[in-house]
Design a protein around this ligand. Sequence first.
Ligand code: AP5
Length: 224
Amino acid sequence: MSELNLILLGPPGSGKGTQGERLQEDFHLPYYATGDILRAAVQDGTELGVTAKRFMDDGGLVPDEVIIGVIAARIEGPDSADGFILDGFPRTIGQAEALAEEMAKLGRSLTAVVLIETDDDEVQRRLGGRRTCAKNGHIFHVDFDPPKNEDVCDVCGARLVVRDDDKPAVIAKRLETYHAQTEPLVDFYEEKGLLKRVDGSLSPDDVGDRIRALLATLRLEEEL
Ligand code: AP5
């Protein structure tokens, strides 16, 4: 494949971050997770962070005009010349249209949109047990992917934390937001022939294998 411009789509807790980290290692491409970018801005107390926090705490979405510029700047940068992996963007039809415009402006196109399909009950189970490394962002789960030592990151030894928006009431609101504002992207990208579905109920390794297999198939198709 000449370049790999990939979107990871799916409900909260479907495993986008888990798979994004693996894909980044496999393909050595920049990985832009809007949730991570926004949480870093909140922590740094920037103007972006102050604006974003109000929406994130309630399980809603940051306004399109705030987030679109953040991603456009990264896609235009030299790091993204061979491709990129987007996690958490686009999340509305408006964002998807803005991304299409940006790609057209750069004379580039999306390779695929990988939808990690996961039902709402599974999302509740996963987000309720998620633990994230405060230093490097590596993701664990108390039952499905536990750290060797409780609340300590296997990778760097830093403390594991519970995300502010992983409280039950906020999880329910995030799911509502996903169904109302982000799920329409499934039809949007299906109509463009870009959507690839992966069963997100499988283990993290199996989900990763399925994504790698579908990307290998795309590569073969391109060579034919
Ligand atoms: P964001 O951080 O993107 O949150 P999200 O989309 O809700 O996704 P998550 O990070 O919660 O889940 P994930 O799919 O990455 O799952 P993970 O791999 O961690 O966004 C946060 C907020 O920022 C939004 O609510 C919004 O306010 C704002 N925002 C972000 N982008 C925006 C945008 N474009 N526009 C406007 N606002 C925006 O896995 C979850 C857990 O499950 C982990 O514990 C993991 O270990 C476990 N797990 C993963 N895979 C499996 C598996 N296969 N089997 C069992 N367990 C698994």
